[in-house]
Design a protein around this ligand. Structure first.
Ligand code: ATP
Ligand code: MG
Length: 181
């Protein structure tokens, strides 16, 4: 299975300063008072993996992910989040012991995705994960309030969620690509 070793966050939502979270093997738990940024950490992870919907990140536009200032601090110009994955087992088809996925965005809407510090397309990141079957191993985030939402989904929507979890989404997206040609 995929092992997420660390999350580096800077300028994303409530995290004005650089924060480095180290995660161990197995279960990690993030605790803290209301409004302290727990859900923002989950949002950060989904954002790096390509979340495009500002609403699903609990904002109204993508710029809302950038730290907007507080009474003590000025706003910042860029949000950047990196996920550091272990690759000692070679689960990712890359010749590195660690794989770092980064996303950054600036206030003008410009931004980048990077794999091990090299600029790439979101598609490259998505394919990297599809090939690990990370979805199959249960790499999924169920947000606050989502459980009820999933239970009330239409049958086709529920099917696509299950397909993603089962790791067959990649075959569908490849078929779609192949048919386009
Ligand atoms: P709860 O226990 O209530 O679920 P939580 O720990 O999950 O709380 P979050 O929702 O992660 O809390 O964090 C909310 C905080 O993040 C709010 O104080 C909000 O103002 C702050 N926040 C969100 N976006 C930004 C931003 N762009 N700039 C600055 N602060 C932000
Ligand atoms: Mg929360």
């Amino acid at each position: 299975p995929v092992f997420l070793k660390g999350i580096h966050i800077q300028g994303f939502k409530s995290f004005a300063d650089a924060v480095k979270l180290e995660l161990g093997q197995g279960l990690s738990v993030i605790v803290g008072p209301n409004g302290s940024g727990k859900s923002n950490v989950a949002d950060a992870v989904r954002w790096v993996l390509g979340e495009q919907s500002a609403k699903s990140l609990r904002g109204s536009k993508m710029e809302d992910v950038i730290f907007s200032g507080s009474t003590q601090r000025r706003p910042v110009g860029m949000a950047e989040v990196s996920l550091i994955f272990d690759n000692t087992t070679g689960i990712f088809p890359l010749d590195f012991r660690e794989v770092t996925i980064t996303r950054r965005v600036y206030r003008d809407g410009e931004g980048q995705y990077l794999i091990n510090k090299a600029i790439c397309r979101l598609k490259d990141i998505q394919e990297l994960f599809m090939d690990t079957g990370a979805g199959k191993e249960g790499f999924s985030i169920i947000g606050q309030g989502r459980v009820e939402e999933i239970l009330t989904l239409k049958s086709e929507e529920r099917r696509s969620l299950i397909e993603e979890a089962a790791g067959i989404t990649k075959y569908r997206s490849r078929k779609r690509e192949a048919l386009k040609r």
